[in-house]
Write a protein that binds this ligand. Sequence first.
Ligand code: SAH
Ligand code: SF4
Ligand code: F3S
Length: 440
Amino acid sequence: MEHVYIESYGCQMNFADSEVVAAILIKEGYAMVQSAEEADFILINTCAIRDNAEQRIRKRIRELQALQNRHPQLRIGILGCMAERLQSQLMVEAENVSFVVGPDAYRKMPEILRQVREGMKAAETELSTVETYADIEPVRMNSNGISAYISIMRGCQNYCAYCVVPYTRGRERSRDPETIVNEARNLFAKGYKEVTLLGQNVNSYKWKSDAEEVGFPELMERVAQVSPLLRVRFATSHPKDLSDRLLEVMAKYDNICKCIHLPVQSGSDRMLKLMNRHYDSAWYLDRIAAIRRYMPDCSITTDVIAGFCTETEEDHQATLEMFRKVRYDYAFMFKFSLRPNTYAEKHLQDDISEAEKTRRLEEIIALQGEIALENNKQEIGRRYEVLVEGESHRSKEQLFGRNSQNKVIVFDRENVQPGEYVTVEVTDCTAATLKGKLVS
Ligand code: SAH
Ligand code: SF4
Ligand code: F3S
C-alpha cells in the first residue's frame, strides 16, 4: 500500500479540498499518513493569494529536497491555487516537483499518481464550470471530531481588482443542496456538533433545477433543521450581497451562529471603487446596522488590505474610521500584494512603498487590538453556551470552546468533555481570548 501525505495552506476551502483529495485516493487504495517522512507521495495544497504565501511554499518545496535525497522513490506534487496559477512552469522552477494538479482536476489524481509512479511528470490544470465534487464524501483529516467544513460552492467571478482567486478557482458554481444537507446529516450522525458552510461569496449561492430554486438563506435553513444540536456557521459573505432575508433566517434559528465575517477591504469609497467591490462605505455601514438590528448579539469580523494602489493617507484614515465605527470583534489584516494577471497588475500602479504599507498596516493592527480588548471587556459577567473543543494549550486542567459568536473561551475543566455544550460565565479577558467559569 502506498502512503500519501497532504499538507494544506491558504483558506478553509483549501483544507476542505484536501479532504476531498484524501477521499478520492483512499477509495483507490492509498493510505493517508500523518508525516512527510512516511510518505511515498507528498501533496502540497497551495495558496496564491499573496506573494508571501507563494514564497513560503517555494521554501517548503526546497526543504523537501533533503527528504527526497534520503528517499529517492518519494514524489512531490503541487495542488491548489498556486498549481493553477503557475501550471507546468512550477516543475521547471522546482525540479523536485513531479506533478501539478489544479483545484478542479482532483478526480484525475489516481491516474496522475499512476503516471508519476512510472517515472512521468504530469500537469492537470483545466478549470471546470460544473465540478463541485458533490458526490464525494470528504475524509476528515486532523479533525477534532466536533467541527467540520462543508463546501457549498466553488470559484468566484467577482474580479476584485487585487485578487487572484477568479483565475485560480474559475467560474462560480453551486453544489446540489441535497448533497450538502446529507453531508451535514452524516456528520451529525458521526457525532459532529458544528459545520461551517464554505464559499468565496456564500451569499450568491444559487441552485437551480427543474424542481426548485434554492438561495443561500433557504440552504441555511435546511442545514439548520438537521438538528438544533448542530451549530451552523458560514464563510465568506460579500457585503454587496448580504441580504435581510439571510439575517432573518440567522435570527430565527438558535443553532445558526451569531457571527458574520464581512470583509470590508477598505473604508474609502475611492479605494472600494478601484477595488471593484460594488459597494461603498455607506452601503457597508447600512449592512452592519441591519446585522445589529436583527441580531444585537452578533459578532462581526472582517478582512482589510493596507496600501492598495494609489491609497492616500486620507483613504487610510477612512479605513481607520471604518474600524472605529464598526468595532470589529476580529480582523484579518493584510498588506497589499500585487498579483500577476489581476486588474491591479494590468492597469494600476503598486505605488505605495513597502515601508508605508507596513506603517499603515501596523496602525490598523494597533487600533483593532484596542477595540477587540474593549469589546471583550464588555463580555465580562455575560453567560454563554459554549461548544467545548478540547484542552487549552496552556494547561491540561483547562478546556476551551467557542460561543455562538465564535469567541474562544477558556475555563477549568471539572468533569466536562470535548463535544459537550456547557454554560460559561465570562470572568476575565485578553484581546484574543475570554476566560470564564462553568455555571452549574
Ligand atoms: N472571497 C473572500 C476573500 C477571499 S481572500 C471575500 O471576498 O471576502 C481572503 C482575503 O485576502 C481577502 O478578503 C483580502 O482581504 C485578502 N487579499 C486578497 N487578495 C489580496 C492581495 N492581493 N493582497 C493582500 N491581501 C489580499
Ligand atoms: Fe477574491 Fe473578490 Fe472573489 Fe473574494 S470576492 S475571492 S476577494 S475576487
Ligand atoms: Fe489562497 Fe486559493 Fe484560498 S489563493 S486564499 S487557497 S482560494
